[in-house]
Design a protein around this ligand. Structure first.
Ligand SMILES: Cc1ncc(COP(=O)(O)O)c(C=O)c1O
Length: 367
């Protein structure tokens, strides 16, 4: 969203620093600055649910998952769920909780697993991302809602770190845009990305769950808080998201995403999936092919990102880039012209082709 230079956020950081200094050295469960209360209240109004602010999204997962997932529960993970969620699952496994991976967004496999597990476990938790951080595609929200409605034991823990701010009412993100808030869903978000400040948060279905995680979550007890400058910026950012000022900024990003999608299509470049999200993924296959494209782009002056093994399967890597509110259409057009020049040449040099690296067709029931 390009909010990192917004005067209100800078002022929020400066004011909080003047008032509280650069550091407040105490864990959340023990004591916290009043700014936390302001932030949690405003996020609570935005999500219409109790919200717990955490020092980062990763630390939010590590505090929440071991507390809300109990001995008799089972966990199913999408194979592309963010690494920060997968780290928390290692803690669950160490406690003997059963965890199974399913293929990316494969809702038929998910339903089959639910049917296998539902008589043996109290709750079945599915761990997913709202916008997947590598491919930029969405979780199949409609199917997830149907599964939550259909199977009593089925619950959703969803990380929408990439979906925040650029969409949804008050920037509440892609998940809220599609599901609004299902009572069997726990939603993790980020203040570290488009909110242009620091920290993460988790929105819970009820106040008791939020309070238990606040008091019992390992990283709430043993880790430090968001420090005053970023806490001040986060308060200013949520205030901005609750005002009409956010609307033209969201619109600018949405227009730039539209422009980028159209340009990619006109240039004949493939995408993993065309979505309204500002995160783009052009499949290129093996890591050596991906790195060669990235290096040639770097020589032309464009710093774009690799999505390669182990963040993707070995042969399913690609070129990953984001649009943001600091960029103009002309920036995207120039970058994409350079990419359209190098991409087919590198693939041909490596004995590959856009057809060979394209995404396998998704199952018709995966949406
Ligand atoms: C989906 C997702 N979740 C969590 C994280 C980690 O966030 P944090 O840096 O706030 O721990 C990231 C970081 O890129 C992410 O993409």
């Amino acid at each position: 969203m390009g909010l990192e230079h917004h005067p209100a956020l800078i002022e929020g950081a400066v004011e909080a620093t003047r008032k509280y200094g650069t550091q407040f050295s105490s864990s959340r469960a023990y004591a916290s600055l009043g700014l936390y209360q302001e932030l949690e209240e405003r996020l609570g109004q935005m999500f219409q649910r109790p919200v717990l602010v955490t020092a980062s999204t990763t630390l939010g997962h590590l505090a929440t998952l071991p507390v809300i997932i109990e001995e008799n529960d089972a966990v199913i993970l999408d194979m592309q769920v963010h690494n920060s969620v997968q780290m928390a699952v290692q803690m669950l496994k160490a406690e003997g909780i059963s965890a199974t991976l399913i293929r990316h967004n494969d809702m038929d496999a998910l339903e089959e697993k639910i049917l296998q597990l539902r008589n043996k476990h109290q709750k079945i938790w599915y761990l997913a991302d709202g916008v997947y951080s590598m491919y930029g595609d969405y979780a199949p929200f409609q199917r997830l809602k149907e599964l939550m409605d259909q199977y009593e034991q089925f619950h959703l823990y969803i990380d929408d770190a990439h979906g925040m701010s650029w969409t949804g009412p008050n920037g509440t993100g892609v998940v809220c845009d599609h599901l609004f808030y299902h009572e069997k869903m726990v939603l993790a978000g980020s203040l570290n990305k488009s909110f242009a400040s620091g920290g993460g948060f988790v929105a819970f279905p009820n106040a008791e769950m939020a309070r238990t995680v606040k008091n019992c979550g390992g990283t709430m007890i043993f880790c430090g808080p968001i420090q005053p400058p970023m806490l001040g910026a986060a308060c200013a950012s949520t205030r901005l998201h609750c005002s009409d000022e956010i609307l033209p900024i969201q619109q600018k990003v949405a227009d730039l995403v539209d422009f980028t999608n159209q340009r990619i299509s006109a240039l004949g470049l493939p995408q993993f999936e065309v979505t309204p999200s500002p995160l783009f993924f052009i499949p290129s296959g093996l890591p050596r092919v991906t790195y060669e494209i990235i290096n040639r782009m770097l020589k032309d002056g464009y710093f774009i990102n690799t999505a390669a093994f182990p963040a993707t399967p070995m042969k399913r890597g690609g070129i990953r880039f984001m649009v943001n509110g600091n960029l103009e259409q002309s920036d995207m057009a120039q970058m994409l012209d350079a990419l359209a020049y190098h991409y087919p040449r590198v693939l041909a040099d490596e004995g590959s082709s856009p057809e060979k690296v394209a995404r396998p067709s998704p199952s018709p029931n995966s949406k």
